[in-house]
Design a binder for this molecule. Structure first.
Ligand SMILES: [Zn+2]
Length: 167
């Protein structure tokens, strides 16, 4: 089932509603331009709730399958993007500065807001700035020394271990 495009997040929070469903590929054009291809509709589960009478929250998960470019071999790598988030619904940026910095927010100026846009935002935030094949299944494994030099999320020790166990 598709998620509604426009919702009233504050009302949903007061009602304590949970919305579960998909966001079609056609609503994910910003994500599509950030990767090679969006391969599936996004699936999301969004739980609207109030923390106290003034604070409205949406707690959610979203996922989507995409093809992106491997930054080591420039081949295509399949990614399963998963986002987990808790957003506080606020009216404007000014209010954002008064909120505890550890919390993310969803700016909803009017009564209604686009749920599809928000889910796409969270998926974009969950997308790593650079993506790679797993070590051992990448055509660019020979370039691994380059990865060590430029510094990656894997420690050089870990990469050395990988090199040693390879035939
Ligand atoms: Zn690769």
């Amino acid at each position: 089932m598709g998620l509604p495009i426009l919702v009233d997040p504050r009302k949903l929070a007061i009602q304590g509603k949970t919305l579960k469903g998909s966001v079609p590929v056609t609503s994910l054009s910003r994500l599509a331009s950030a990767v090679n291809r969006v391969c599936s509709d996004a699936e999301a589960c969004l739980q609207f709730e109030t923390e106290d009478s003034r604070t409205k929250l949406v707690r959610g998960t979203a996922s989507v399958n995409v093809l992106a470019e491997c930054q080591r071999c420039l081949g295509e790598v399949a990614l399963d993007i998963r986002a987990n988030f808790v957003l506080q619904v606020i009216a404007d940026e000014v209010k954002a500065t008064n909120i505890v910095k550890t919390r993310d927010f969803w700016i909803v100026e009017d009564r209604m807001a686009s749920l599809h846009y928000m889910v796409e935002d969270e998926l974009l935030l969950a997308l790593a700035p650079a993506n790679y094949h797993e070590l051992g299944s990448c055509n660019g494994d020979a370039l691994i020394t380059h990865t060590i030099e430029s510094g990656s999320e894997k420690s050089p020790f870990e990469i050395l271990k990988q090199l040693i166990i390879q035939p």
